[in-house]
Write a protein that binds this ligand. Structure first.
Ligand code: BES
Ligand code: MN
Ligand code: MN
Length: 462
Protein backbone atom coordinates (compact mmCIF):
# COMPACT_ATOMS: atom_id res chain seq x y z
CA UNK A 1 0.00 0.00 0.00
CA UNK A 2 2.50 2.65 -1.10
CA UNK A 3 -0.46 4.99 -1.63
CA UNK A 4 -1.21 5.48 2.03
CA UNK A 5 2.26 6.95 2.54
CA UNK A 6 1.73 9.53 -0.17
CA UNK A 7 -1.84 10.20 0.97
CA UNK A 8 -0.55 10.95 4.46
CA UNK A 9 2.24 13.17 3.10
CA UNK A 10 -0.23 15.06 0.97
CA UNK A 11 -2.81 15.60 3.71
CA UNK A 12 -0.72 15.72 6.85
CA UNK A 13 -1.19 19.41 7.58
CA UNK A 14 -4.95 19.02 7.42
CA UNK A 15 -4.77 15.86 9.58
CA UNK A 16 -2.81 17.77 12.20
CA UNK A 17 -5.09 20.80 12.09
CA UNK A 18 -8.23 18.70 12.43
CA UNK A 19 -6.80 17.00 15.50
CA UNK A 20 -5.82 20.35 16.95
CA UNK A 21 -9.43 21.55 16.60
CA UNK A 22 -10.66 18.47 18.46
CA UNK A 23 -8.10 19.00 21.22
CA UNK A 24 -9.31 22.55 21.80
CA UNK A 25 -12.55 21.26 23.32
CA UNK A 26 -11.95 20.52 27.02
CA UNK A 27 -13.86 17.23 27.27
CA UNK A 28 -12.99 16.48 30.90
CA UNK A 29 -15.42 13.76 31.94
CA UNK A 30 -14.52 13.85 35.64
CA UNK A 31 -15.59 17.46 36.16
CA UNK A 32 -19.24 18.44 35.70
CA UNK A 33 -18.17 22.00 34.87
CA UNK A 34 -17.11 20.66 31.46
CA UNK A 35 -20.23 18.65 30.67
CA UNK A 36 -21.27 20.83 27.72
CA UNK A 37 -17.77 20.51 26.28
CA UNK A 38 -17.91 16.74 26.59
CA UNK A 39 -21.20 16.74 24.69
CA UNK A 40 -19.82 19.13 22.07
CA UNK A 41 -16.91 16.80 21.54
CA UNK A 42 -19.25 13.92 20.79
CA UNK A 43 -20.83 16.10 18.08
CA UNK A 44 -17.42 16.88 16.61
CA UNK A 45 -16.53 13.19 16.54
CA UNK A 46 -19.83 12.40 14.83
CA UNK A 47 -19.18 14.96 12.10
CA UNK A 48 -15.64 13.65 11.59
CA UNK A 49 -16.92 10.10 11.07
CA UNK A 50 -19.50 11.30 8.56
CA UNK A 51 -16.86 13.22 6.65
CA UNK A 52 -14.48 10.27 6.70
CA UNK A 53 -17.05 8.13 4.93
CA UNK A 54 -19.23 6.27 7.41
CA UNK A 55 -22.66 5.52 5.90
CA UNK A 56 -24.41 5.84 9.17
CA UNK A 57 -23.44 7.76 12.29
CA UNK A 58 -25.49 8.42 15.40
CA UNK A 59 -25.08 9.85 18.85
CA UNK A 60 -26.40 7.28 21.28
CA UNK A 61 -27.75 8.67 24.50
CA UNK A 62 -26.91 6.82 27.68
CA UNK A 63 -27.49 7.49 31.39
CA UNK A 64 -24.18 9.40 31.20
CA UNK A 65 -22.24 10.91 28.31
CA UNK A 66 -23.20 9.90 24.76
CA UNK A 67 -21.51 7.23 22.71
CA UNK A 68 -20.75 7.99 19.08
CA UNK A 69 -21.55 5.04 16.86
CA UNK A 70 -20.68 4.91 13.18
CA UNK A 71 -20.47 2.24 10.55
CA UNK A 72 -19.67 1.47 6.97
CA UNK A 73 -20.97 -1.91 5.96
CA UNK A 74 -19.75 -2.84 2.49
CA UNK A 75 -20.75 -6.51 2.46
CA UNK A 76 -22.31 -8.43 5.37
CA UNK A 77 -20.41 -11.52 4.24
CA UNK A 78 -17.06 -9.83 4.92
CA UNK A 79 -15.41 -9.53 8.34
CA UNK A 80 -16.21 -6.56 10.57
CA UNK A 81 -13.67 -4.53 12.54
CA UNK A 82 -15.03 -2.67 15.57
CA UNK A 83 -12.93 0.36 16.48
CA UNK A 84 -13.17 1.58 20.06
CA UNK A 85 -11.75 4.80 21.45
CA UNK A 86 -12.62 7.58 23.87
CA UNK A 87 -13.14 11.28 23.33
CA UNK A 88 -13.08 12.25 27.00
CA UNK A 89 -9.85 13.35 28.67
CA UNK A 90 -8.33 13.54 32.13
CA UNK A 91 -8.52 16.77 34.11
CA UNK A 92 -5.63 19.06 33.19
CA UNK A 93 -4.57 20.11 36.66
CA UNK A 94 -2.16 21.06 38.09
CA UNK A 95 -2.52 23.81 35.48
CA UNK A 96 0.55 25.76 36.60
CA UNK A 97 2.86 22.94 35.53
CA UNK A 98 1.86 23.16 31.87
CA UNK A 99 4.34 25.03 29.69
CA UNK A 100 1.46 25.95 27.36
CA UNK A 101 -2.28 25.89 28.14
CA UNK A 102 -3.71 22.32 28.01
CA UNK A 103 -6.55 23.20 25.63
CA UNK A 104 -4.55 25.46 23.32
CA UNK A 105 -2.61 22.83 21.36
CA UNK A 106 0.85 23.75 20.10
CA UNK A 107 3.52 21.80 18.26
CA UNK A 108 6.89 21.67 20.00
CA UNK A 109 10.03 19.67 19.34
CA UNK A 110 11.40 17.36 22.03
CA UNK A 111 14.45 15.07 22.22
CA UNK A 112 12.26 12.05 21.59
CA UNK A 113 10.10 13.82 19.01
CA UNK A 114 12.55 15.83 16.86
CA UNK A 115 9.86 16.29 14.20
CA UNK A 116 7.52 17.79 16.76
CA UNK A 117 4.73 16.73 19.05
CA UNK A 118 1.29 18.19 19.70
CA UNK A 119 1.05 19.35 23.31
CA UNK A 120 -2.48 19.28 24.73
CA UNK A 121 -4.55 17.32 27.21
CA UNK A 122 -5.85 14.27 25.31
CA UNK A 123 -3.29 14.56 22.50
CA UNK A 124 -2.22 10.96 23.05
CA UNK A 125 -4.91 9.69 25.46
CA UNK A 126 -7.02 9.26 23.48
CA UNK A 127 -8.15 11.89 21.00
CA UNK A 128 -4.99 11.68 18.89
CA UNK A 129 -4.94 7.91 18.82
CA UNK A 130 -8.68 7.66 18.23
CA UNK A 131 -8.51 10.18 15.38
CA UNK A 132 -5.85 8.12 13.58
CA UNK A 133 -8.61 5.60 12.97
CA UNK A 134 -10.93 8.24 11.55
CA UNK A 135 -8.21 9.37 9.13
CA UNK A 136 -7.31 5.78 8.24
CA UNK A 137 -10.96 5.25 7.31
CA UNK A 138 -10.92 8.42 5.24
CA UNK A 139 -7.97 7.05 3.30
CA UNK A 140 -9.53 3.64 2.74
CA UNK A 141 -12.80 5.18 1.56
CA UNK A 142 -11.09 7.74 -0.71
CA UNK A 143 -8.81 5.14 -2.25
CA UNK A 144 -11.49 2.48 -2.47
CA UNK A 145 -9.38 0.07 -0.43
CA UNK A 146 -11.61 -0.58 2.56
CA UNK A 147 -11.51 -4.40 2.50
CA UNK A 148 -14.24 -5.15 5.08
CA UNK A 149 -16.94 -3.66 7.25
CA UNK A 150 -16.11 -1.21 9.96
CA UNK A 151 -17.93 0.00 13.05
CA UNK A 152 -16.86 2.78 15.39
CA UNK A 153 -17.81 3.11 19.02
CA UNK A 154 -16.28 6.18 20.66
CA UNK A 155 -17.22 6.86 24.26
CA UNK A 156 -16.98 9.82 26.61
CA UNK A 157 -16.55 8.21 30.01
CA UNK A 158 -13.43 6.07 29.76
CA UNK A 159 -11.48 8.18 32.21
CA UNK A 160 -14.20 7.80 34.81
CA UNK A 161 -14.86 4.08 34.53
CA UNK A 162 -16.96 3.52 31.36
CA UNK A 163 -20.20 2.95 33.24
CA UNK A 164 -22.45 3.97 30.39
CA UNK A 165 -20.46 1.94 27.91
CA UNK A 166 -21.11 -1.24 29.89
CA UNK A 167 -24.78 -0.33 29.85
CA UNK A 168 -24.64 0.27 26.09
CA UNK A 169 -22.71 -2.89 25.22
CA UNK A 170 -25.07 -5.10 27.21
CA UNK A 171 -28.02 -3.66 25.28
CA UNK A 172 -26.51 -3.62 21.78
CA UNK A 173 -24.86 -6.96 21.20
CA UNK A 174 -26.31 -7.39 17.72
CA UNK A 175 -25.45 -3.89 16.56
CA UNK A 176 -21.87 -4.25 17.83
CA UNK A 177 -21.30 -7.70 16.36
CA UNK A 178 -17.77 -7.92 15.01
CA UNK A 179 -14.86 -10.21 14.22
CA UNK A 180 -12.20 -8.23 16.00
CA UNK A 181 -12.01 -5.12 18.17
CA UNK A 182 -9.28 -2.64 17.36
CA UNK A 183 -8.11 -0.08 19.91
CA UNK A 184 -5.35 2.50 19.92
CA UNK A 185 -5.26 3.65 23.54
CA UNK A 186 -1.98 2.17 24.72
CA UNK A 187 1.69 2.71 23.94
CA UNK A 188 4.66 1.13 22.23
CA UNK A 189 8.29 0.69 23.26
CA UNK A 190 9.82 3.41 21.09
CA UNK A 191 9.57 4.99 17.68
CA UNK A 192 12.18 2.50 16.47
CA UNK A 193 10.67 -0.53 18.18
CA UNK A 194 6.92 -1.04 17.87
CA UNK A 195 5.12 -3.30 20.32
CA UNK A 196 1.65 -4.73 20.66
CA UNK A 197 -0.01 -4.67 24.05
CA UNK A 198 -1.04 -8.20 24.99
CA UNK A 199 -2.20 -7.51 28.50
CA UNK A 200 -3.80 -4.84 30.64
CA UNK A 201 -4.13 -4.76 34.38
CA UNK A 202 -7.46 -4.74 36.14
CA UNK A 203 -8.38 -2.09 38.64
CA UNK A 204 -10.13 -1.62 41.95
CA UNK A 205 -10.47 2.00 43.00
CA UNK A 206 -11.68 2.94 46.48
CA UNK A 207 -11.93 5.98 48.69
CA UNK A 208 -11.42 5.74 52.44
CA UNK A 209 -12.52 8.07 55.21
CA UNK A 210 -11.19 8.00 58.77
CA UNK A 211 -13.14 9.93 61.39
CA UNK A 212 -11.88 10.74 64.86
CA UNK A 213 -13.44 13.45 67.02
CA UNK A 214 -16.70 15.05 65.91
CA UNK A 215 -14.99 18.40 65.20
CA UNK A 216 -11.56 19.80 64.43
CA UNK A 217 -9.71 20.24 67.74
CA UNK A 218 -6.95 22.39 69.21
CA UNK A 219 -3.88 20.22 68.78
CA UNK A 220 -2.43 21.42 72.08
CA UNK A 221 -5.49 20.96 74.22
CA UNK A 222 -6.36 17.56 72.79
CA UNK A 223 -3.12 16.39 71.15
CA UNK A 224 -1.96 13.06 72.55
CA UNK A 225 -5.29 12.26 74.15
CA UNK A 226 -7.42 11.44 71.09
CA UNK A 227 -6.73 9.58 67.87
CA UNK A 228 -5.57 11.91 65.11
CA UNK A 229 -7.32 10.62 61.96
CA UNK A 230 -4.45 11.76 59.73
CA UNK A 231 -1.82 9.98 61.84
CA UNK A 232 -4.01 6.89 61.94
CA UNK A 233 -4.71 6.92 58.21
CA UNK A 234 -1.00 7.26 57.43
CA UNK A 235 -0.20 4.32 59.69
CA UNK A 236 -2.98 2.18 58.25
CA UNK A 237 -1.84 2.92 54.70
CA UNK A 238 1.79 2.23 55.56
CA UNK A 239 0.81 -1.18 56.93
CA UNK A 240 -0.67 -2.24 53.59
CA UNK A 241 2.84 -3.13 52.35
CA UNK A 242 5.44 -5.17 54.20
CA UNK A 243 9.21 -4.60 54.12
CA UNK A 244 9.47 -6.54 50.85
CA UNK A 245 6.74 -4.37 49.33
CA UNK A 246 4.29 -7.22 49.22
CA UNK A 247 0.71 -6.21 49.83
CA UNK A 248 -0.48 -7.40 53.26
CA UNK A 249 -4.21 -7.75 52.59
CA UNK A 250 -5.07 -11.39 53.41
CA UNK A 251 -6.02 -13.30 50.25
CA UNK A 252 -4.83 -10.53 47.94
CA UNK A 253 -2.47 -12.77 45.98
CA UNK A 254 -4.60 -15.94 46.08
CA UNK A 255 -5.66 -15.90 42.43
CA UNK A 256 -2.69 -14.10 40.94
CA UNK A 257 -1.53 -15.80 37.78
CA UNK A 258 2.19 -16.44 38.22
CA UNK A 259 4.30 -16.44 35.10
CA UNK A 260 6.68 -19.29 34.38
CA UNK A 261 10.40 -18.65 34.35
CA UNK A 262 10.32 -19.12 30.57
CA UNK A 263 7.65 -16.46 30.23
CA UNK A 264 9.63 -14.10 32.44
CA UNK A 265 12.78 -14.76 30.41
CA UNK A 266 10.81 -13.94 27.27
CA UNK A 267 9.63 -10.67 28.83
CA UNK A 268 13.18 -9.74 29.75
CA UNK A 269 14.12 -9.73 26.06
CA UNK A 270 12.16 -6.55 25.40
CA UNK A 271 14.55 -3.61 25.22
CA UNK A 272 14.69 -1.75 28.51
CA UNK A 273 17.37 0.43 30.02
CA UNK A 274 17.10 0.98 33.75
CA UNK A 275 19.51 3.92 33.76
CA UNK A 276 17.49 5.77 31.12
CA UNK A 277 14.31 4.92 32.98
CA UNK A 278 15.64 6.47 36.18
CA UNK A 279 17.05 9.44 34.34
CA UNK A 280 13.77 10.17 32.60
CA UNK A 281 12.07 10.38 36.00
CA UNK A 282 14.93 12.03 37.92
CA UNK A 283 15.10 9.10 40.31
CA UNK A 284 18.17 7.87 42.13
CA UNK A 285 16.68 4.40 42.29
CA UNK A 286 13.60 2.38 41.44
CA UNK A 287 11.38 0.85 44.09
CA UNK A 288 9.01 -2.07 44.30
CA UNK A 289 8.14 -5.62 45.12
CA UNK A 290 11.06 -7.82 46.06
CA UNK A 291 11.82 -10.62 43.62
CA UNK A 292 10.65 -8.77 40.51
CA UNK A 293 12.31 -6.37 38.10
CA UNK A 294 10.86 -3.04 37.00
CA UNK A 295 9.19 -4.35 33.85
CA UNK A 296 7.49 -7.07 35.88
CA UNK A 297 6.51 -4.81 38.75
CA UNK A 298 4.64 -2.53 36.39
CA UNK A 299 2.85 -5.16 34.33
CA UNK A 300 2.46 -8.71 35.61
CA UNK A 301 2.30 -7.89 39.33
CA UNK A 302 -0.60 -6.37 41.24
CA UNK A 303 -0.09 -3.11 43.13
CA UNK A 304 -1.68 -0.81 45.67
CA UNK A 305 -1.14 2.94 45.49
CA UNK A 306 -2.50 6.01 47.19
CA UNK A 307 -3.59 8.43 44.47
CA UNK A 308 -4.51 11.27 46.76
CA UNK A 309 -4.60 11.97 50.48
CA UNK A 310 -6.02 14.92 52.33
CA UNK A 311 -7.30 16.29 55.59
CA UNK A 312 -6.53 18.98 58.13
CA UNK A 313 -4.95 22.31 57.43
CA UNK A 314 -2.99 22.75 54.21
CA UNK A 315 -3.27 26.49 53.76
CA UNK A 316 -0.55 29.08 54.23
CA UNK A 317 1.29 29.32 57.51
CA UNK A 318 0.62 27.07 60.49
CA UNK A 319 -2.66 26.22 62.14
CA UNK A 320 -2.53 24.01 65.21
CA UNK A 321 -5.34 21.56 64.66
CA UNK A 322 -6.30 17.91 64.89
CA UNK A 323 -8.69 17.30 62.03
CA UNK A 324 -11.91 15.45 62.53
CA UNK A 325 -11.46 13.51 59.28
CA UNK A 326 -8.80 12.22 56.91
CA UNK A 327 -9.29 10.81 53.42
CA UNK A 328 -7.44 8.90 50.75
CA UNK A 329 -8.10 7.58 47.26
CA UNK A 330 -6.49 4.21 46.69
CA UNK A 331 -6.10 2.19 43.51
CA UNK A 332 -5.17 -1.43 43.19
CA UNK A 333 -3.90 -2.61 39.81
CA UNK A 334 -4.81 -6.23 39.30
CA UNK A 335 -3.55 -9.02 37.12
CA UNK A 336 -5.39 -11.81 35.30
CA UNK A 337 -7.54 -14.08 37.47
CA UNK A 338 -7.87 -11.52 40.24
CA UNK A 339 -11.50 -10.48 40.41
CA UNK A 340 -11.86 -6.77 41.05
CA UNK A 341 -15.05 -7.07 43.04
CA UNK A 342 -13.54 -9.72 45.29
CA UNK A 343 -10.41 -7.62 45.78
CA UNK A 344 -12.55 -4.62 46.67
CA UNK A 345 -14.23 -6.76 49.33
CA UNK A 346 -10.94 -8.08 50.67
CA UNK A 347 -9.59 -4.56 50.88
CA UNK A 348 -12.67 -3.27 52.66
CA UNK A 349 -12.71 -6.09 55.20
CA UNK A 350 -9.01 -5.75 55.93
CA UNK A 351 -8.98 -1.97 56.10
CA UNK A 352 -11.88 -1.90 58.56
CA UNK A 353 -10.19 -4.60 60.63
CA UNK A 354 -6.95 -2.66 61.11
CA UNK A 355 -8.67 0.52 62.32
CA UNK A 356 -7.65 1.21 65.92
CA UNK A 357 -10.18 2.04 68.62
CA UNK A 358 -10.83 5.76 68.64
CA UNK A 359 -11.66 6.16 64.94
CA UNK A 360 -14.35 4.98 62.57
CA UNK A 361 -13.53 4.01 59.02
CA UNK A 362 -15.59 4.06 55.84
CA UNK A 363 -14.58 2.51 52.53
CA UNK A 364 -16.38 3.62 49.41
CA UNK A 365 -15.74 1.61 46.23
CA UNK A 366 -15.49 3.81 43.11
CA UNK A 367 -15.09 1.63 40.05
CA UNK A 368 -13.04 -1.17 38.70
CA UNK A 369 -12.62 -3.78 36.05
CA UNK A 370 -10.89 -7.02 35.21
CA UNK A 371 -7.46 -7.40 33.67
CA UNK A 372 -6.91 -8.80 30.22
CA UNK A 373 -4.45 -10.97 28.33
CA UNK A 374 -4.60 -11.91 24.69
CA UNK A 375 -2.72 -14.64 22.81
CA UNK A 376 -0.19 -13.85 20.11
CA UNK A 377 -1.28 -16.57 17.69
CA UNK A 378 -4.64 -15.02 16.77
CA UNK A 379 -5.37 -13.67 13.30
CA UNK A 380 -5.77 -10.22 14.77
CA UNK A 381 -2.37 -10.26 16.46
CA UNK A 382 -0.68 -11.59 13.34
CA UNK A 383 -2.35 -8.94 11.17
CA UNK A 384 -1.26 -6.20 13.56
CA UNK A 385 2.28 -7.51 13.60
CA UNK A 386 2.40 -7.66 9.79
CA UNK A 387 1.15 -4.09 9.63
CA UNK A 388 3.78 -2.78 12.08
CA UNK A 389 6.51 -4.79 10.39
CA UNK A 390 5.69 -3.12 7.11
CA UNK A 391 5.59 0.46 8.36
CA UNK A 392 8.41 0.29 10.94
CA UNK A 393 10.67 -2.19 9.17
CA UNK A 394 10.91 -4.41 12.27
CA UNK A 395 8.42 -6.81 13.85
CA UNK A 396 6.47 -5.72 16.92
CA UNK A 397 7.25 -7.15 20.35
CA UNK A 398 4.38 -8.37 22.55
CA UNK A 399 4.26 -6.41 25.82
CA UNK A 400 1.97 -6.57 28.82
CA UNK A 401 1.04 -3.09 29.95
CA UNK A 402 0.43 -1.86 33.46
CA UNK A 403 -2.45 0.41 32.50
CA UNK A 404 -6.11 -0.49 32.49
CA UNK A 405 -8.89 -0.33 29.96
CA UNK A 406 -11.49 -2.21 31.99
CA UNK A 407 -13.96 -2.31 29.15
CA UNK A 408 -11.77 -4.68 27.15
CA UNK A 409 -12.56 -7.65 29.41
CA UNK A 410 -16.23 -6.76 29.17
CA UNK A 411 -16.04 -6.73 25.36
CA UNK A 412 -14.73 -10.27 25.43
CA UNK A 413 -17.49 -11.38 27.79
CA UNK A 414 -20.40 -9.64 26.06
CA UNK A 415 -19.33 -9.53 22.42
CA UNK A 416 -17.21 -12.70 22.43
CA UNK A 417 -14.40 -11.14 20.49
CA UNK A 418 -10.73 -10.46 21.01
CA UNK A 419 -9.28 -7.00 21.22
CA UNK A 420 -6.09 -5.98 19.46
CA UNK A 421 -4.33 -3.12 21.21
CA UNK A 422 -2.41 -1.21 18.55
CA UNK A 423 -1.04 1.70 20.51
CA UNK A 424 1.23 4.39 19.09
CA UNK A 425 1.91 6.45 22.21
CA UNK A 426 5.15 6.50 24.20
CA UNK A 427 5.52 6.33 27.98
CA UNK A 428 7.24 9.70 27.79
CA UNK A 429 4.15 11.30 26.23
CA UNK A 430 3.01 12.23 29.74
CA UNK A 431 -0.57 10.98 29.57
CA UNK A 432 -2.55 12.05 32.65
CA UNK A 433 0.34 14.40 33.51
CA UNK A 434 0.99 18.05 32.75
CA UNK A 435 2.38 18.61 29.22
CA UNK A 436 0.79 15.56 27.63
CA UNK A 437 1.82 15.32 23.99
CA UNK A 438 1.65 13.04 20.97
CA UNK A 439 4.41 12.83 18.39
CA UNK A 440 3.58 13.91 14.85
CA UNK A 441 5.62 10.89 13.74
CA UNK A 442 3.45 8.61 15.89
CA UNK A 443 0.21 10.17 14.71
CA UNK A 444 1.07 9.85 11.03
CA UNK A 445 2.62 6.39 11.46
CA UNK A 446 -0.59 5.25 13.11
CA UNK A 447 -2.65 6.49 10.19
CA UNK A 448 -0.28 4.63 7.87
CA UNK A 449 -0.29 1.38 9.82
CA UNK A 450 -4.02 0.99 10.52
CA UNK A 451 -5.16 0.36 6.89
CA UNK A 452 -2.56 -2.41 6.69
CA UNK A 453 -4.13 -4.07 9.71
CA UNK A 454 -7.45 -4.16 7.85
CA UNK A 455 -5.78 -5.53 4.75
CA UNK A 456 -3.95 -8.35 6.54
CA UNK A 457 -6.82 -9.15 8.86
CA UNK A 458 -9.10 -9.73 5.89
CA UNK A 459 -6.45 -11.71 4.02
CA UNK A 460 -5.76 -13.96 7.00
CA UNK A 461 -9.50 -14.42 7.66
CA UNK A 462 -10.08 -15.96 4.23
N1 BES B 1 -5.41 4.79 27.78
C1 BES B 1 -5.38 4.61 29.19
C2 BES B 1 -4.87 3.26 29.61
C3 BES B 1 -3.51 2.84 29.14
C4 BES B 1 -2.52 3.77 28.83
C5 BES B 1 -3.22 1.51 29.05
C6 BES B 1 -1.28 3.35 28.40
C7 BES B 1 -1.97 1.10 28.65
C8 BES B 1 -1.00 2.01 28.31
C9 BES B 1 -6.76 4.85 29.74
O1 BES B 1 -7.33 6.03 29.23
C10 BES B 1 -6.68 5.03 31.21
O2 BES B 1 -6.14 6.01 31.65
N2 BES B 1 -7.25 4.11 31.98
C11 BES B 1 -7.33 4.26 33.40
C12 BES B 1 -8.39 3.39 33.97
C13 BES B 1 -9.77 4.00 33.94
C14 BES B 1 -10.78 3.05 34.56
C15 BES B 1 -9.82 5.32 34.64
C16 BES B 1 -6.04 3.87 34.05
O3 BES B 1 -5.32 2.99 33.58
O4 BES B 1 -5.75 4.49 35.08
MN1 MN C 1 -7.11 6.16 27.23
MN1 MN D 1 -6.42 7.74 30.37
Amino acid sequence: MENIKSYVQQHKDRFINELIELLKIPSVSADAAYSQDVINTSEAVKISLEKAGCDFVEICDTPGYPIVYGEKIIDPALPTVLVYGHYDVQPADPMELWTSPPFEPVIKKTDIHPEGAIFARGACDDKGQMYMHVKALEYMVQSNTLPCNVKFMIEGEEEVGSKSLSWFVERNQEKLKNDVILISDTGMISNQQPSITTGLRGLSYVEVEVTGPNRDLHSGLYGGAVANPINVLAKMIASLHDEDNHITIPGFYDNVQELSLEERAEMAKAPFNLENYKKALDLNDVYGEKGYVTNERNSIRPTLDVNGIWGGYTGEGAKTVIASKAFAKISMRLVPNQDWEQITELFTKHFMSIAPAGVTVKVKPHHGGQGYVTPIDSIGYKAANMAYTETFGVPAIPVRSGGSIPIVALFEKELKSKTILMGFGLDSDAIHSPNEHFGIFNYLKGIETIPLFYKYFVELSK
